[in-house]
Design a protein around this ligand. Structure first.
Ligand code: AFP
Length: 335
């Protein structure tokens, strides 16, 4: 039987490969702890009526908050501050960024940006949801208060990014800039164990994930790509399969393993699309690139976009390299 490698062993063993690893180990330990707590709560959510349902307020983007969104946000904030390495955070559920004030945290060298619970519309119906995170080195001096500029860094500056998928099993997938590795939570030991080493996204795939209810709003190029997916003219010689869960993490994870593409374009009700650059697009773009895939807004590499606001949205195309290239070529030729 092959030896199980736990997350802690993996990170400690790889120290020489991971820059600044001592501090990142501390952050990862707390992310893993937060994920385990939240995973347990999600599993029992159907039995605890006070955890499910709407909270009765909206977030800064005008979206109705679910109780579990806020609960997840609180768990991650608490654990990131406890790590002692993180001086501040920004998340989808908070209007502005938060500078941690505890003595142990305020001089930390890192900031973390995250979507505590991606796929909120699936919470109440027991469908896979996730947490997405990005870790950056702060650019302000460590004796100063963390500021907005620390949060508005380009995706290419990420030290690490990852996601936790709360599905039939709970998985943590991340990159520290040298490949992508996936860990599955063993509920009996409470440890994340290496289950998907050196993940690579196939260059071509047979799955496309897009909300086709918005088809009338799509550009000519994007409509042409959807027709291409549905035709036998594509590289596989038969129509691709449409798969859209409504939880980006879950759609992304399937495509990472099997090959595929996820697209959320600008639409009339949301000209910049629905997804947030800092909390969703950048972290998954970093993972996609590290696994051999691509991520773009249709014209520009996601990781090169200069952020201008915390809750900025961007059109998003991410997945298998050849599929992303194909949609980009149709978009550029049908302008
Ligand atoms: P939430 O995290 O606010 O639930 O948003 C989910 C999401 O950003 C992404 O995970 C889904 O793929 C997408 O929105 C679903 O949006 P539509 O319901 O408009 O298709």
């Amino acid at each position: 039987m092959s030896k199980v490698i736990t997350l802690t062993q993996f990170i400690n063993n790889g120290k020489s490969d991971f820059c600044e690893s001592v501090e990142l180990v501390g952050i990862f330990n707390e992310i893993a702890r937060a994920a385990i707590v939240l995973s347990e709560d999600i599993r029992k959510a159907g039995l605890k009526s006070h955890i499910l349902g709407k909270i009765g307020s909206t977030n800064v983007q005008g979206e109705e908050q679910q109780k579990l969104d806020v609960h997840a946000d609180n768990i991650f904030k608490k654990h990131l501050e406890l790590s002692g390495e993180v001086c501040g955070i920004a998340s989808e559920e908070n209007d502005s960024y938060i500078a941690f004030s505890s003595k142990g945290a305020m001089h930390g060298k890192y900031v973390v940006l995250f979507d505590p619970l991606d796929g909120s519309s699936n919470i109440d119906v027991n469908v896979s949801i996730g947490t997405i995170f990005s870790i950056y080195k702060r650019i302000s001096p460590s004796d100063a208060k963390v500021g907005l500029a620390d949060m508005l860094q380009k995706g290419s500056e990420q030290m690490s990014s990852g996601y936790i998928l709360y599905g039939p099993s709970t998985m943590l997938v991340f990159t520290m800039g040298s490949g992508v590795n996936g860990f599955t939570l063993d509920p009996s030991s409470g440890e994340f164990c290496l289950s998907h080493p050196k993940m690579q996204i196939p260059a071509d795939g047979r799955f496309y994930a897009i909300n086709e209810g918005n088809l009338n709003d799509f550009s000519q190029g994007l409509k042409a790509y959807v027709c291409y997916c549905q035709s036998s003219e594509n590289q596989s010689g038969k129509p691709y399969s449409g798969r859209y869960i409504g939880s980006l993490v879950a759609d992304f994870h399937r495509n990472l393993i099997k090959g595929g593409i996820y697209i959320y374009p600008g639409i009339s009700s949301s000209p910049e699309g629905r997804l947030r650059l800092l909390y969703e697009c950048n972290p998954l773009a970093f993972i996609a690139e590290q696994a051999g895939g691509l991520a773009t807004n249709g014209f520009e590499r996601i990781l090169s976009i200069e952020p201008s606001a915390l809750h900025q949205r961007v059109p998003y195309i991410v997945g298998s390299k050849n599929m992303v290239k194909k949609v980009m070529s149709l978009i550029s030729t049908s302008k």
